[in-house]
Design a protein. Structure first.
Length: 226
């Protein structure tokens, strides 16, 4: 059985090599690159299953690379960023990153987060197709159609929509969405959910401009109204 191929784009060799060693020990095949321009060509050709992407890299920076990747791929992207750069994390999520990892970090935590992301994008043969209102979601192909138009979603956006479509009108707290979508919880992720919801709303609005499908339960979370 072929090993899952993970790409690390990081220009600090010590960090890149530590992450690689931990991931290889856990059974993954890992490539290392330290330049955004090289990474862009590599991703198009090799199609890794997940990318760990540092924001501050030579050549095409992490934010630009993330935006360019999202033009042709929904591969999961975990941004690596310094804890102080809150604005970078926000911008990264708005550009389509699925998650972020703050330096300094535990390599074991990174491996756990990688596993959680790959588990949720793996096909699950039960209840593959969900429908509701003008939505049709296929968990096997990771496709979503609204009013016969395909929504191009990141893995995190797809999982949030999947959970909410399976439970229409249910009010989800941010923490419950974190647990069901990510499979783990950590400090600061509530704000990440807000940005994924913001991106989802924009994409749905393009095809359903007269409906507010994902509504806020102020001070608590969100619900889907079909």
């Amino acid at each position: 059985m072929a090993k899952s191929h993970i790409l690390i784009v990081e220009d600090e060799p010590e960090i890149a090599e530590i992450l690689r060693d931990y991931l290889v020990k856990d059974g993954y095949y890992v490539s290392l690159l330290d330049n955004g321009d090289e990474a862009f060509s590599f991703i198009k050709k090799e199609k890794p299953v997940l990318i760990l992407l540092d924001l501050m890299i030579p050549g095409m920076n992490g934010k630009t690379l993330c935006r360019e990747i999202r033009k042709f791929s929904n591969v999961p992207i975990l941004m690596i960023t310094a804890k102080v750069n809150e604005i970078d994390r926000i911008v990264g999520l708005e550009l389509g990153a699925d998650d972020y990892i703050c330096k300094p970090f535990s390599p074991r935590e990174v491996v756990a987060r990688v596993k959680a992301v790959l588990r949720r994008v793996a096909p699950d043969r039960q209840d593959q197709v969900l429908t509701g209102g003008l939505f049709r979601l296929n968990r096997d192909t990771h496709q979503v159609f609204v009013n016969d138009h395909e929504l191009i979603l990141t893995p995190s956006e797809f999982e949030i929509l999947s959970v909410m479509l399976a439970n229409p009108s249910r009010v989800f707290s941010r923490n419950s969405l974190i647990e069901q979508v990510q499979g783990y919880s950590y400090e600061g992720y509530e704000r990440t959910i807000d940005f994924h919801i913001k991106n989802l709303r924009k994409k749905i609005y393009k095809y359903l401009p007269m409906k507010k499908i994902i509504q806020s339960a102020y001070g608590y979370g969100y619900k889907m109204v079909l």
